[in-house]
Every structure is written in C-alpha cells, then in structure tokens.
Ligand binder design. Structure first.
Ligand code: NAG
Ligand code: NAG
Ligand code: NAG
Ligand code: NAG
Ligand code: NAG
Ligand code: NAG
Ligand code: NAG
Ligand code: NAG
Ligand code: NAG
Ligand code: NAG
Ligand code: NAG
Length: 862
C-alpha cells in the first residue's frame, strides 16, 4: 500500500461518534464532534504544579519527540509489558507500563497481594491504602512508571464476569473508595496508577466486539461512579477498554472519553488504550486517546496506528497540534505529579517481563541488544505481614453454628480435605497465568495475576498449627474419590473441606471456562465433596476460594456444616491468613462485597454467552442500576447471604442514631455551581511543529530495529496534502469551550462532595472477645426508580468487650442525588429519603428519615 492510499484509508475512517441515535442518551449527540477537552491543570487534585512542569517540558520537544511519548514501541519490543518511545536528546527514557492490579506481573521476588475483591471484603480504607502503598513500592522498586491497576471495570454486572475479582465489588460506592485509596497509595510511592477498564467491559465473551447500550442515568449512578472517585483521587492514567459503547469502541468514543471523562469528570491525566483496543489513527486521537498500547498493530510502513502515522496526521493537519500537545502534556503531568519530593528521581527498569534469565535481549521482538536485563531486585520488603493481615481480615464468616469456630488448641484431630487446600504440584506458578486448579487457588487467571514468590497453602499452615497443638492431622486431596474423603473426615473433631471456583481473562480457557464462569456452582466436584464429608462428620467447616458468589444454599442448610468461610483470592499468605481466622487470632471482620443468590437467574442481568449474530454482538444493560443487591431487593428475592453480610466471634449492639444537617445554606445557594459555569481558555500549544518533512524522518544512519515502532515519517517523499475533512470540523476546533454544569474539577463539580449531613451512631461490643464491626450506612433516595437502599457509608470499628464507640458518616450532595439526564446534572430528588444503619444490606439496626435541608425542599441545581 502506498503512502497516498494509507492517507486515503485513514481519511475514510469517519468519526462516527455514536452508532445509534439513542434518544435516551442526550449528551451523545453533543459529544459527537466536540473537541477533546485539553488539560488545564487547574482545580482540585494537585495538578497545578505538575501541569506547569509538563507544559515546560513539552514546549522543548520536537514533533517526533512528542509523538514518541504517545506511542508504544510494540509488543515485546522492550522489557516491560508496554513501553513508549523516549526522548534521547533530553535523556528522558520511555514510559514502562506493567500489569497488574494485585502486584507486579511477569517478574520474580515480588509479592502476590490479595485480589481486589478481597480488599472490597475488608471494607477497610486503611488496608486498601496500605496495599496500594506496598504495591507502589514494589512497582517502583522494579523501575516501573505505571502500574496497570486498580480496576473498577468490570464493576460486576453479572456474577460470572471473568475479571470481577480484579476489582472490589459490584457496589459502586465501595468500589469507588477502593479505587481512591489504592490510587493514592500507589501514587504516594512515585508510581502512576491506572484506573481500568474504562468502561462497561462487563464480560469476557465478545469483549473485543460487543456493543453495549446503556442509559445515561445508569452510566452515572453505577458504572461511572467509581471512576469519578478515581479521578478525584488524582489518578494519573485511565485505560479505555476493548468493548464498544453505543456502536463506538471505547478507545474511539467521544461520549465516554471526551464528554464524560475529560469534560464532566475533568480528568487531567492521560488515557491509554487497552492492549490492542485502539482501532483507528484519527478516530482515537480526536476522541481523546493519549497513549497507544502496545503501539504496534497498524499497516506498513508504520505497523502502528500512531507513531509515524500520527506524525503524518499532524503534518497534514488532520489532527491539530493542540491535540498532540494535550496528549503529551497529560502524560507528562501524570509523570510530574508522582515524581515529587523523595520520589523525584526515576530509576530505570531492572527486570524483563519476557525472561527470568539474567541476560536477555533489551528488545525481545527484534532479539537485539543482549545484556543483563534481570537484576532480580527483591522488592517484597515486609509486605508479607500486610498480605497476611488482609487475607485474614477479608475472610467472610458466613455461617458459624454450635460454636464451631474459633477452633482451639484442645482439638484432638482435624482433617483437611480437598485439592483447594493443597500445595500446587510443580510450585505455585506451575500453571502459566495461574490458569488451573491443581492446588489451592489464591488468585484468578489472566493478566490480572502476579507470580507468587511462595504460596502458603491451607494444608501446610493447618498442619503446622495442628502439630503445635499436638492434634492428629489428616490431609486428603480426594475431590473425586468420595470414599477417601469420607475416610479422612470420619471420626475427626473437625473436618475442614475446601472448594473453589476460579475465573479470569478470556485468552486462557480453564476447564471450558473462557474467562467468564460458565455457571455459579463449585468446580472440581466441590459440592459432592462437601456433601460427602458432611455426611460423615457433624462438624464440617467449609472454606471457599472463589472469584465471587457460588451457589451455597444447600451447604448453608446442611446441619453438619457448622461453619462456612469465604476466603476469596487471598494471595501468597493464604494458609496463614486462614489459620489466623479459624483459630481466632483474627476475629473475622470481612463482609461479603457481593450477594450470594440461590440461582444464577436471581441476579437478573445476564451474561451474553452466545450472540444471535456473533459478528455483531450487542447487549443492552436494561436492568439499569439494578444489579446485585439492588436487584435482589427490588425483585423481592431472598439471597442465601446478602451483600454486606459477615459474622464475627463477638456481637454488637447499635444505638443512638443522630443526624446533623451540616450546612443549612448549602441547599439554597449551591455554591459549587459557580465553579462549573463559564468557558475554558482556547487550547494551548507548546513549541512549534517543524513542517519540514526532512526534519521528521529518521536521522541519516539511524539503525531501526524491526519490528519496532518509531515516530518518524517513513520517507522524505511522504505526501502530506490534507486529504479532505475526515472528521466533523468541530472535533479539531481549539477555541474556548463551555464547561459542563456537572464538571469543573477532577471528579466533577466540587459541590457534589460537600457534606450535607453528618450521621452518627453508637456501636457496642456486647460479646466476650474483642472484635471489629463494619457498620454500614444505606440511603433510600425514594421512588420506583431508586433501589430500596444504596450503600453510602461504612467504617471499621475496633472494639474491646463492653466497649462503645461512636461512628460517624458524612453524606455528601452526590450521595443523595440522582442524575438528571435532561439538565445533565446531579439533582436531589423531591422524594423523602431514609437512612439505614446496619450490619449488612438487610440487617438494619437503626433508621430515620433524613431531615429536609432548609431552603432546599429536596431540590437543587434548578
Ligand atoms: C523514539 O524512541 C525510540 C525508542 O526509545 C528511540 O530509539 C528514538 O530515538 C526516539 N526518537 C526520537 C525522535 O527521539
Ligand atoms: C535496579 O537495580 C539496579 C542494580 O541492580 C539499580 O542500579 C537500579 O537503580 C535498580 N532500579 C530500581 C528501580 O531500583
Ligand atoms: C537471539 O540472539 C541471541 C544472541 O545474539 C542468539 O544466540 C539467538 O540465537 C537469537 N535467537 C533467535 C531466535 O534468533
Ligand atoms: C494440572 O493438572 C492437570 C490435570 O491433573 C494436568 O494435566 C496438568 O499437567 C497440571 N498442570 C501443571 C502445570 O502441573
Ligand atoms: C460448572 O463449571 C465447573 C467448572 O467448569 C464444572 O466443574 C461444573 O461441573 C459445572 N457445573 C455444572 C452444574 O455444570
Ligand atoms: C451428620 O453427621 C452424622 C455423623 O456425625 C451423620 O450420621 C448424619 O447422617 C449427618 N447428617 C447429614 C444431613 O449429612
Ligand atoms: C456430633 O456427633 C457426635 C458423635 O459423633 C456427638 O457427640 C455430638 O453431640 C454431635 N454434635 C452435634 C452438634 O450434633
Ligand atoms: C456551607 O455553604 C456555604 C454556602 O454554600 C459554603 O460557602 C460553605 O463552604 C459551606 N460549608 C461547609 C462546611 O460545607
Ligand atoms: C529541511 O530540513 C533539512 C534538514 O534538516 C534542511 O537541509 C533543508 O534545508 C530544510 N528545508 C527547508 C525548506 O527549510
Ligand atoms: C430534570 O431537569 C429538567 C430540566 O432542568 C427538569 O425540568 C426536570 O424536572 C428534572 N427532572 C427531575 C426528575 O427532577
Ligand atoms: C425503622 O425503625 C423502626 C423503629 O425505630 C422499626 O420499627 C422499623 O422496622 C425500622 N425499619 C427498618 C426498615 O428497619
């Protein structure tokens, strides 16, 4: 293909911002053709200084140097899972990007942290933050610039979703806090976090082609919510996802990227594509993509949709200079935002994602520049203790009868039964991508994994504890040999039986499950195994390592099953964490971050396993905001265990609900709207573009690696005639633009986060042992369109026996608002609102209507 035909091909890519007219999505039309919002560095979130430094830096760059920082060098072209080009002239190395959300992937001497879903189960801001900090330290220690996590997409629309466990919970409020704490933790250690996968990537089946339809209100109140928290927390990067939204790929979607993320949420960092999720040169650039990953994948001569192809687009004028400058300023602002104080320096990567040998190629895809690539830096520090603590404090005690737990040192005999308790034959990383259930499961499979430095299996940890107590210990794999299982369990003081159901990413298939789970039952004969053990032992304790809910109604009703624990995916200290809970060293405080239905149909929303037209898979999120507990409550379906539920070894009493209207003038004046009024300044540019073609080809004598993506024009003969208007002219318009009413600062209008009510209650430990209660606040916004209640507060309250503490929740304007699709703003509805405080989404202990805000009459923003 000649240069001219490439340009024509590019030009033929019209920017179809939204495939459908979608009357239910009013901003879609407005978003189509509007220019990609440029970063300003202003507003909350501490971007100012970073932005100033970034614009100074970018002002020094040539066109090709700018393009270099926007484009990955190609798959396996460098040592990291993704790496951009560099600026050798200024001694600035390319950006090293590395998976994943629970630790550094594809290296050694790193920690394998508990998965996101376990952090959701802790309901602990403290642990979320500490894990973020510890992960940040490990990424920095390996010389990584960007950690590809945390995840808020999938949120967990359907329980089978293969990657739900990488995130925190299907509840957007809990996930939003998980995102914010994790991001602040990671970034406090000099590493850029990446909020992913943006957005509506709710299943693995068809993830690269499915087009999702969603109404604007559900988008705001459910799926966008945690990303707003991520942006408000100052996240440096966001990864757009594989799927389409209303016909347009996420990485080419003006509504989700330009309108929602960069305008309304005022995101100041950069948007990178998921690996291969970019589909066009111009469409992605004008729709707000800032960094192409892994960078290759285009037609010759560039073999990249950006790189030299983007340089051509700038020189021909099809992409304006301000848009390129904005991409690079955003990338560099994220860089300067985290590189401050003690983290001003920038260590180089000292590992290779592609080999565990010491010596290897710096550029594996071209097998070139062999040198020491792995220095095997041990970055684990003392993180094992934190991992053990999170593992224990995320374990949810679902059932505990006949005082089965905690176990005690007087036990004479105990049996451990099930493959899921065992060491993994061949070592914890024997199965690549963790894609098997050959031993205990402590994380899901796919790119959201890390290599285990070691893995303490439950069998090992329990055997040690039994030995210390002098208890007889029996261990049996026996998943399919039920007679052996019975033999092991019979006559023992306690039989602990383990079962799993894993999930992951669709590029690996485990037992016929292509990422998403095919069903919600236990794997590997788990139900039969539990039934067999409980058939002969009336003190059977069930431990579950699952990616999310499994069907446990029968188990919960079995009188011989005296205890059930969900341990999720606890990471490397799995067995130790579990022993801490089983023996009461840690009083369980985990609460279920999802609902346990009795049937997959109970969840309402369905996963699309088989599209009627597999070439054009489509899905409409018709259930709206009613997923997980919101759906169960609306449909009146009794789950086995509800969202937010978890037992303790002690008991708590609730009293003294008190509501204080925090700001009596807030309703009447809506001060925040001032921020959101007005228009932006015109798009700035930094430095000039040298239009001399010769200046934009590789310098004479430069030896290009093949395949490797460079920013240069393929030759000095490239024809740069602008090939017609390839986009709505408005998309390239850099003149001043209106600020959206809901926008104005990172996370949206700051007025949304203004505290309107302070709600407090007294919690007392009325049991005999110390314990931690997780009081939860739910708000009923009123009306058919709203769920019975939505989580809007929680806390972690440590209490000695007999001790009482006051817990305080702050309700913000956002917390009690609905999204008004007409006014495109958050609005407090005029229905009466009720607050509930309780031990789960249905174990309500205290309630009250919310006093009407003076001067508001349940109205604002009118
Ligand atoms: C772009 O980055 C590559 C890889 O780091 C480097 O070899 C090349 O010199 C850079 N180009 C420019 C113009 O700086
Ligand atoms: C990686 O280790 C090398 C020495 O082995 C060191 O020079 C470099 O600074 C280290 N990088 C980081 C990120 O610590
Ligand atoms: C890669 O390069 C190394 C070192 O030059 C060489 O030994 C090896 O055979 C090469 N591998 C391939 C597949 O070309
Ligand atoms: C995992 O177990 C399966 C079935 O027993 C076996 O075929 C496979 O080789 C095992 N994988 C590894 C890496 O040990
Ligand atoms: C559900 O899937 C698991 C894992 O593939 C399988 O072991 C189990 O038999 C399936 N359950 C049913 C009821 O088909
Ligand atoms: C419970 O266990 C006892 C043995 O302790 C057994 O006889 C009985 O059948 C079991 N019950 C059930 C429901 O499995
Ligand atoms: C369990 O069975 C034992 C005898 O095997 C009996 O002594 C004990 O009372 C039973 N416990 C329960 C809770 O039924
Ligand atoms: C209360 O509202 C006023 C007027 O909107 C505002 O200036 C002030 O900052 C608010 N105070 C608090 C504590 O939110
Ligand atoms: C373009 O740049 C080349 C090399 O940098 C230089 O030799 C040539 O004179 C320039 N042409 C123009 C028209 O400035
Ligand atoms: C939404 O906003 C429009 C326009 O301001 C207004 O007319 C309408 O009443 C609002 N809807 C609700 C449900 O408040
Ligand atoms: C609210 O509290 C009252 C007692 O103050 C109680 O009668 C009522 O059942 C509670 N409602 C809910 C939903 O908990």
């Amino acid at each position: 293909m000649g240069i001219l035909s490439i340009l024509t091909a590019l030009a033929a890519v019209t920017i179809t911002f939204l495939g459908s007219t979608a009357a239910d999505v009013p901003p879609a039309a407005a978003a189509a053709g509007s220019p990609s919002p440029w970063a300003t560095g202003r507003g909350a979130g501490g971007w100012d200084e970073a932005y100033t430094k970034a614009s100074e830096f970018v002002g020094q760059l040539t066109l090709v140097e700018k393009v270099n920082l926007t484009t990955g060098t190609g798959w396996e072209a460098d040592v990291c899972i993704g790496m951009t080009g560099s600026v050798p002239r200024l001694g600035f190395a390319g950006f090293c990007l590395q998976d994943g959300p629970l630790g550094v992937r594809y290296t050694t001497k790193n920690s394998a942290f508990p998965a996101g879903i376990n952090l959701g189960a802790t309901f602990s801001r403290r642990l979320m933050r500490l894990r973020g900090e510890a992960m940040g330290e490990e990424f920095r220690g390996k010389g990584i610039d960007v950690q590809l996590g945390p995840a808020a997409g999938p949120l967990g629309r359907v329980p089978q979703g293969g990657r739900n466990w990488e995130g925190f919970s299907p509840d957007p409020y809990l996930t939003g806090i998980g995102m914010a704490e994790t991001i602040q933790g990671i970034q406090s250690r000099g590493v850029i976090a990446c909020a992913k996968h943006y957005i509506l990537n709710e299943q693995e089946h068809y993830r690269g082609s499915i087009s999702v339809k969603i109404d604007d209100r559900t988008m705001h109140e459910l799926y966008l919510w945690p990303f707003a928290d991520a942006v408000r927390a100052g996240v440096g990067s966001v990864m757009c996802s594989y799927n389409k939204i209303h016909g347009d790929y996420s990485c080419e979607n003006s509504w989700t990227t330009n309108y929602l993320l960069k305008n309304e949420l005022n995101f100041q960092g950069f948007v990178m594509s998921d690996w291969g999720a970019q589909h066009t040169t111009l469409g992605s650039a004008l729709s707000g993509l800032d960094m192409a990953m892994p960078g290759d994948g285009g037609a010759p001569p560039y073999r990249s949709l950006w790189g030299g192809a983007l340089t051509e687009a700038i020189l021909s004028g099809t992409v304006p200079q301000w848009r390129l400058d904005d991409m690079v300023v955003r990338i560099m602002a994220a860089y300067f935002k985290v590189h401050t104080g003690a983290f001003a320096s920038r260590p180089a990567p000292n590992f290779s994602a592609w080999t565990n040998a010491s010596v290897g190629p710096l550029h594996p895809s071209s097998n070139s520049t062999w040198t020491v690539v792995n220095s095997f830096v041990d970055v684990q520090s003392t993180h094992a203790a934190l991992i053990r603590e999170i593992g224990a404090k995320s374990t949810v005690l679902l059932k505990n009868t006949a005082r089965a737990l905690p176990l005690h040192s007087l036990l004479k005999s105990l049996a451990v039964i099930g493959r899921d308790a065992q060491n993994i034959p061949g070592g914890p990383n024997a199965c690549s991508e963790r894609a098997c259930i050959n031993g205990t499961v402590a994380m899901g499979y796919g790119s959201g994994t890390a290599e285990f430095p070691y893995l303490v299996s439950p069998a090992t940890a329990l055997q040690l504890r039994a030995a210390a107590d002098g208890a007889a210990f029996t261990n049996a794999v026996a998943n399919w040999d039920l007679e052996a299982a019975r033999g092991a369990a019979r006559g023992k003081d306690v039989a602990i039986v383990f079962a799993t159901a894993t999930a992951g990413e669709n590029f690996v298939v485990v037992d016929g499950n292509a990422g998403d789970r095919n069903n919600l039952t236990l794997w590997d004969n788990g139900d039969a195994l539990i039934r067999a053990v409980a058939g002969v032992n009336n003190n059977t304790v069930v431990v579950l390592h699952t990616a999310g809910p499994v069907l446990v109604e029968e188990i919960s009703k079995n009188p011989n099953v005296t205890a059930i624990l969900w341990a999720g995916f606890p990471g490397q200290e799995s067995g130790n964490s579990l022993v801490d809970v089983l023996y009461g060293v840690v009083n369980p405080q985990g609460r279920s971050p999802f609902t346990w239905g009795k049937d997959v149909k109970d969840y309402g929303a369905e996963l699309l396993f088989q599209a009627p037209d597999p070439r054009k898979p489509e899905q409409s999120f018709d259930e709206g905001v009613f997923i997980d507990y919101r759906h169960f409550q609306k449909a009146g379906i009794e789950p086995t265990y509800e969202f937010g539920f978890g037992l303790s070894y002690t008991e708590f009493d609730y009293s003294g609900l008190k509501i204080v209207v925090q700001n009596s003038t807030a309703g009447a004046t809506v001060p925040s709207q001032v921020v959101a009024h007005g228009i932006t300044e015109p798009a700035p540019t930094y430095g000039t573009v040298n239009k001399n073609v010769t200046a934009n080809v590789a310098p004479e004598g430069f030896k290009k690696l093949v395949p490797y993506v460079y920013p240069w024009l393929s030759s000095a003969n490239v024809s740069l005639a602008r090939t017609g208007s390839s986009s709505p002219s408005t998309a390239t318009n850099g003149s001043a633009q209106p600020v959206l009413p809901a926008g104005g600062a990172p996370g949206g209008n700051p007025g949304l986060y203004e505290v309107l009510y302070t709600i407090s209650a007294k919690i007392k430990n009325i049991g005999k042992v110390a314990g931690t209660e997780i009081p939860q606040l739910y708000v009923q916004l009123g009306g058919e369109e709203n769920p019975w209640g939505v989580l809007r507060g929680f806390d972690e309250v440590v209490l000695e026996p007999g001790e009482t503490k006051t817990v305080t929740f702050e309700l913000t304007r956002r917390d009690i608002s609905n999204w008004n699709t007409t006014s495109q703003n958050w609005e407090i509805g005029n229905k009466e609102k009720v607050v509930f405080i309780g031990q789960s989404s249905s174990r309500i202990r205290l309630n009250s209507t919310l006093p009407v805000l003076p001067g508001l009459l349940w109205r604002s923003y009118d």
